[in-house]
Design a protein around this ligand. Structure first.
Ligand SMILES: [Zn+2]
Length: 275
């Protein structure tokens, strides 16, 4: 396993097809709280338990407050060097040469100009909302903050005691007029978009990927975790970039421990000088 940035640059230059798989670590230096690890609490609630369809059915006002705060925080955050490095690389190597799969829902990749076919959002986006009724297909892009007056984040009380939000104060579906809108993110217990998974699988199967870069994800969440193994099995190389690489398996070809922003900036911007 190598920590040599120069050989990684060389591999990046030589690779015809590159796949990046990104998780929360990509956005870490943008200061996005993930509500994971270290308690993972928001107010008195376990944040992971709020990200479920059951929680939304039981108390949509509470779940919407949690997402309203996450939208608010994400809108205040700025993309970091790693987001810009990936966006720049995608510009230099358009799809299908380079494809990014991200588990992040924070909108920072899009903010860095990384969008279109070259990036797939595995877990959706905080800034897409859709009808909570399964039979209604309504969905839209929405960056309003607050999304309704009742969901405004009180100044200085981001983690504090919000008032209860009645159901009348939540966003409604303008199409069926009976459903509430919900964040178009994939909650625990929900399936990822099957069309998207099919597209990704076809992309990987069509021509072998030469290099897979795993950025800021623990590598335990499927299907993202499986893509690196798949690339490896097809004869490609794997590089891991993460703050903490201590729990990694040893099948990676490169391992870079540290802030994804610094490592990716150093890894990709020398490329623009040599092209
Ligand atoms: Zn609807």
């Amino acid at each position: 396993m190598s920590k040599d940035l120069a050989s990684f640059h060389e591999a990046l230059l030589q690779s015809k097809r590159v796949l990046a798989v990104c998780g929360a670590g990509l956005s870490a230096s943008s200061g996005i709280p993930t509500f994971r690890g270290a308690g993972g609490m928001w107010r008195k609630h376990n944040a992971l338990e709020l990200a479920t369809p059951e929680a939304f059915r039981k108390d949509p006002g509470l779940v919407w407050q949690f997402y309203s705060l996450r939208r608010h925080n994400a809108l205040k955050a700025a993309p970091n060097a790693a987001h810009y490095a990936l966006a720049e690389f995608a510009r230099q190597r358009p799809f299908p040469e380079f494809l990014t799969l991200t588990q992040n829902v924070d909108g920072l990749s899009e903010g860095a100009g990384h969008k279109g076919k070259s990036v797939e959002f595995l877990h959706g986006s905080l800034f897409r909302v859709r009808c909570a009724r399964s039979w209604c297909r309504y969905e839209r892009f929405d960056i309003s903050d607050p999304i309704t007056p009742a969901l405004a984040v009180p100044e200085g009380e981001e983690d504090g005691a919000w008032r209860d939000v009645p159901i009348e104060g939540l966003p409604k579906c303008p199409e069926c007029r009976t459903g509430l809108l919900r964040p178009a993110v994939v909650w625990f217990g929900e399936e990822l978009d099957s069309q998207m998974l099919k597209r990704i699988q076809q992309h990987i199967a069509r021509d072998p990927v030469d290099l897979c870069i795993v950025i800021g994800t623990s590598g335990t969440v499927y299907p993202a975790a499986g893509y690196a193994s798949q690339v490896k099995a097809q004869g490609g190389k794997v590089a891991i970039v993460d703050i903490d690489c201590s729990v990694r398996g040893d099948d990676a070809d490169w391992l870079f421990e540290g802030d994804a922003a610094r490592v990716l900036y150093l890894s990709t911007f020398p490329l623009s000088d040599t092209c």
